[in-house]
Design a protein around this ligand. Structure first.
Ligand SMILES: Nc1ncnc2c1ncn2[C@@H]1O[C@H](COP(=O)(O)OP(=O)(O)OP(=O)(O)O)[C@@H](O)[C@H]1O
Ligand SMILES: Nc1ccn([C@H]2C[C@H](O)[C@@H](COP(=O)(O)O)O2)c(=O)n1
Length: 676
């Protein structure tokens, strides 16, 4: 999925319908590693496809695992089992793990105990995220693991002789108060060495994020590892433990990802009565700790019901109620409470969140800064955050939100689009959501509702071959907006008429209008389909262009296509190209461009375009054709081609494509309310 450099979300008003969430990141990466350590193949269903699972899968492939994907929902991973590790004397196996803590920590432990020569690195931020307590625990055992950069942080080198004895007779001590991933890493890796003896881990300090340990324990059990435990202080892996693939394993949808939609359901009114939003793939009995976010959301006012596999959320108390909560048990989802606090009465206090400071970014500082940009007042402490929302609608500000390469910052702050002031919201670098939820914005905007007038439309009208289509597509891509090529609809009508043996002349107006009203058309990212047939090229011929110009003269055909064109106005916005976008179809559009170029210039461009497709023609013929088409389009009675009164004129004869795009984006930016 290609994300633009920023995404402008119009003010949103409601949510309704259903949303299917991607798989849990925590479960996905744990399952991948456990499957890799097992003998035989594991079929994983519902695996998350995101940056963090991609780096884990790439690493496992490099380690020798086989990966097959029979379909989009299933991935079969062939485990390493008892196969020998690479020699510790050979060249290192280099593993790049991006910013995935759920890959870096467990792989470091698993490979140190397996033996071999490896180098583990990540992005710059990964090299600032602590791993010293885990490394120390492994070094206690005698594992040869060292830092390649700053002590206490990745990158790491592991150079371990698989046959060398390790000090496994006493309990391994690991700190639990910095990241629970260190304990998870040891729990998943140690069974490799538990064939002959039982192995114990002792947690030093108060263990944080205990629910993540519960996920680890539940999955170890699914992979046949037997454990004894004393609360969260001591864990003993029983002698004879062996990873045993469960065969098929279904990954639950991500409970942390669910939090954004639970929050949206609690914040946004629904225009379909009291039904609200259905969240599919994760339910009330989830094994993920972040499902407890539900309790906090309920305490703030959300009405949540559900079953084992889904949740139903709607607005309850309004405004929401401010809460004071120790968030140790839901460190990730607690960020969503900070966004909900924008809609609460009073000051919300989130405590015991020191771990936020060592995540993808310093989340306490980042959250305070961005909520402040929206008009909230925040007090950030070493391990707490207090949020007082903007006093009333007048105190909200149209903000351009920084996301700090942190997926959760982008997803949480997107909830500010439901603000009561009706202000649009800009999210910078929205592509960071790819870490755990690549389709997040499509999912949110798919269930969000707002008045059509709030969805911005940029109209680009002009004569044939002026460059409208090229400009409109580029502007839409830069803004992450939908695209309407309205000319394609007239071309499709002409093609459909030709296929039905109906001529384009006025005598056939009623039949042509009927065909236009019921075009079995489907657009995808790059192709156009008519009655299931790919007609992307067929509608581009000069002959169909001429016939399209003829059918477009007919008022009944034009009105038959109006509703179809209005249907393209979807969140987050639309760029529409044609002849009457600004004058007839979207007369209230906030930006209208009338794009021209001299006839000679347009004929030369079209000539170049056709030659590149292997179609031979002359510039003179093309110029005559396009002038005839322009004349017909400009002189027709119904919706003639002309600039809208409030259109900005752009002559592209002397401009490159990039220059026209920059000009339009400049005009668009100038109309936006975002403070920089
Ligand atoms: N500013 C420009 N400089 C040079 N070439 C351009 C420029 N703008 C567009 N072109 C080229 O001109 C050709 C026609 O552009 P395009 O198809 O976008 O025009 P159009 O107005 O959408 O045409 P139509 O109305 O027939 O659909 C394309 O090959 C495109 O790459
Ligand atoms: N909004 C529109 C778009 C197009 N037409 C007509 C005029 C053109 O000759 C024909 C094909 O358009 P093109 O693909 O070349 O942009 O459709 C129109 O009348 N109104």
């Amino acid at each position: 999925m290609d994300y633009p450099a920023f995404l402008d979300i119009p003010a949103l008003q409601g949510v309704a319908g259903r949303v299917r969430l991607p798989g849990s990141k925590s479960i996905s990466n744990r399952v991948l590693l456990l499957a890799a350590l097992s003998e035989g193949s594991t079929e994983i269903r519902g695996l998350l496809h995101s940056d963090d699972t991609r780096v884990m899968l790439d690493a496992l492939r490099r380690l020798g695992c086989t990966v097959q994907t029979p379909d989009a929902d299933r991935l079969c991973l062939g485990g390493l089992g008892a196969s020998p590790p690479p020699p510790h004397t050979g060249a290192p196996v280099k593993l790049f793990l991006g910013n995935a803590g759920t890959a870096m920590r467990p792989l470091a432990a698993a490979l140190a105990l397996r033996g071999g020569h490896y180098e583990l690195s990540g992005v710059a931020r990964m090299h600032e995220r602590p791993i010293g307590d885990l490394v120390q625990a492994l070094q206690q055992l005698g594992c040869a693991i060292e830092y390649l950069g700053t002590p206490g942080f990745p990158p790491l080198r592991i150079r371990q002789d698989a046959a060398a004895p390790l000090a496994l007779d006493r309990a391994i001590r690991v700190r639990g108060d910095v990241s629970s991933q260190f304990l998870t890493a040891l729990l998943m890796a140690l069974p490799q060495r538990a064939q002959q003896r039982e192995l114990s881990i002792e947690v030093v300090g108060e263990l944080i994020s205990k629910p993540y340990i519960d996920i680890t324990l539940a999955l170890l059990e699914r992979f046949g590892i037997a454990l004894r435990r004393d609360g969260y202080r001591r864990f003993t892996i029983l002698a004879g433990s062996r990873y045993h693939s469960p065969g098929v394993l279904q990954v639950e949808a991500d409970a942390s990802s669910a939090s954004y939609f639970i929050a949206a359901g609690a914040i946004a009114a629904s225009d379909t009565g009291q039904k609200g939003l259905k969240i599919e793939g994760v339910g009330l009995t989830s094994i993920q700790g972040d499902i407890r976010f539900i309790d906090a959301a309920r305490a703030m006012g959300a009405k949540i019901t559900g079953d084992a596999h889904s949740l139903q959320v709607r607005r309850g108390r309004w405004p929401l109620k401010a809460i004071s909560l120790d968030c140790n048990h839901i460190p990730d989802a607690a960020m969503t409470l900070a966004a909900m606090a924008l809609y609460a009465e009073g000051t919300t206090e989130l405590t015991n969140i020191a771990s936020w400071r060592v995540k993808e970014t310093d989340r306490i500082a980042a959250m305070a800064a961005e909520l402040g940009r929206l008009g909230a007042h925040c007090e950030a402490g070493e391990d707490y955050l207090r949020i007082t929302p903007p006093g009333d609608a007048a105190h909200w500000r149209a903000a351009s939100i920084r996301t700090y390469d942190d997926h959760r910052m982008a997803m949480c702050l997107s909830l500010a689009a439901f603000n009561p002031a009706g202000l649009p919201l800009r999210i910078l670098e929205p592509g960071c959501v790819a870490k755990t939820f690549p389709g997040y914005f499509d999912a949110l905007l798919g269930v969000a509702q707002t008045a059509a007038e709030r969805i911005p439309v940029i109209c680009i009208d002009g004569p044939t071959a002026s460059g409208k289509g090229t400009l409109a597509a580029a502007v839409a891509a830069r803004l992450g907006y939908h695209l309407l090529d309205s000319g394609a609809l007239y071309r499709l009508t002409a093609l459909s008429a030709a296929q039905h043996g109906v001529g384009p002349q006025a005598a056939n107006e009623a039949v042509l209008a009927e065909l236009a009203a019921s075009l079995p058309v489907r657009f995808d990212a790059t192709r156009v389909w008519l009655a299931g047939q790919d007609v992307s090229e067929a509608i581009r011929t000069e002959q169909i262009g001429m016939q399209a110009s003829q059918v477009s003269q007919l008022p009944l055909v034009r009105s038959a296509l109006v509703a179809l064109q209005h249907g393209f106005r979807r969140l987050p916005g639309l760029v529409a190209d044609g002849r009457d976008m600004g004058t007839v179809i979207f007369p209230q559009a906030p930006l209208k461009i009338y794009l021209t170029a001299s006839a000679q210039c347009r004929a030369e461009r079209r000539h170049k375009q056709l030659i590149s497709k292997g179609i031979s023609t002359t510039i003179a013929d093309l110029r005559a054709d396009l002038e005839a088409r322009d004349a017909r389009d400009m002189q027709r009675q119904s919706a003639p081609l002309k600039p809208a009164e409030d259109a900005l004129l752009l002559d592209s004869s002397e401009l490159t494509i990039d220059e026209t795009v920059d000009r339009v984006l400049g005009w668009w930016q100038a109309r936006q309310p975002f403070a920089h």
